[in-house]
Ligand binder design. Structure first.
Ligand code: R5P
Length: 294
């Protein structure tokens, strides 16, 4: 029997102070459960509401692409500057130290290679393995308008259902076929379909015309992929515009790890994403960090 607690004076209960009811800061995420929100809060910085995801999952369909030949040597030095690592379970287990404090977004679709039709993907990771790896979200490629459109959409909805059981969010990654037009109209369609079917956030590409209509029409956060390597100022400008036009962050790979100075580049991208730094200023930061290293 616990001893009677007679010291509880009324003032200790602070009856006049209402308990705070936090409003969750991420668009469209208010109704999610605690575990989902907690995982999303490990991806999206609660202070800025934004994220710098470092994407290096490219090997799952294209092998050791430029910059990813040695992930231990090229990517691990970038880890301290990323909010989140986006990668495959093979690289996670073989290369990333389990002591890493970074949130993990795990690539869970796959099965196609650059030698064949890329949209022909299936779910390639069991939800139990995602739980085992303590991931904060699972990424599924969705090919709207692609040859295997329906199969990829159902891959996504299956992972959303499985993730909901364990409190793990799903990131829908919109992939665009080579012969398809990358414009705001297409990305409004693709991102909205993913969100309507339950994706917790969506990755898409930036388009210079009408990107704000893509973010406005999508009820959950959008992050942009970097795409092919372009000059540093152009990549920083793209990130800046995307953020100013409503994106909640970047999921950037090649424009970071293929830069001449990747450690400097990821810090410049961080400045744009988290501090609204203008592209020219961020480029100055890039050059000063790059020169400091020499
Ligand atoms: C592509 O399918 C991969 O999933 C990458 O994660 C994605 O494209 C982002 O990387 P990048 O910035 O190099 O385009």
């Amino acid at each position: 029997m616990p001893e009677a607690d007679e010291s509880g004076e009324a003032k200790q209960f602070h009856a006049e102070v209402p308990q705070p009811a936090e409003k969750f800061y991420l668009k469209g995420s208010q109704s999610l459960d605690w575990g989902m929100k907690n995982r999303l809060a490990r991806i999206f910085n609660p202070l800025s509401g934004r994220t710098v995801m470092l994407a290096f999952d490219h090997g799952y369909f294209q092998g050791p692409t430029t910059g990813l030949e040695r992930i231990d040597l090229a990517i691990l030095p970038l880890e301290p500057y990323a909010d989140t690592l986006m990668l495959t379970r093979g690289i996670l287990r073989s290369i990333v130290p389990p002591s890493s404090q970074k949130s993990i977004v795990l690539r869970v679709s796959g099965g196609a290679s650059i030698l064949k039709e890329l949209s022909n993907e299936e779910i390639a990771v069991d939800i139990e393995d995602a739980v085992r790896l303590n991931v904060c979200a699972m990424a599924v490629q969705v090919f709207i308008g692609g040859e295997h459109e329906k199969q990829s959409v159902i891959n996504m909805t299956k992972m959303i259902d499985r993730g909901m059981r364990y409190g793990i969010p799903t990131l829908a990654v919109t992939a665009v076929g080579k012969d398809m037009k990358r414009d705001a109209r297409y990305f409004r369609l693709a991102t909205r379909i993913c969100a309507e079917l339950g994706a917790h956030y969506v990755k898409t590409y930036y388009v210079p015309e009408g990107f704000e209509t893509v973010t406005a029409a999508c009820p959950v956060p959008i992050v942009i992929a970097g795409g092919k390597k372009i000059p540093e100022l152009d990549a920083l400008t793209m990130a800046y515009r995307a953020i100013q036009e409503g994106a909640a962050g970047v999921d950037m790979g090649r424009n970071i790890f293929q830069a001449e100075a990747p450690v400097a580049m990821i810090q410049a991208v961080r400045a744009v994403v988290h501090r609204n730094e203008k592209p020219e200023k961020a480029l100055e930061l890039y050059h000063s960090l790059k020169n400091k290293k020499k």
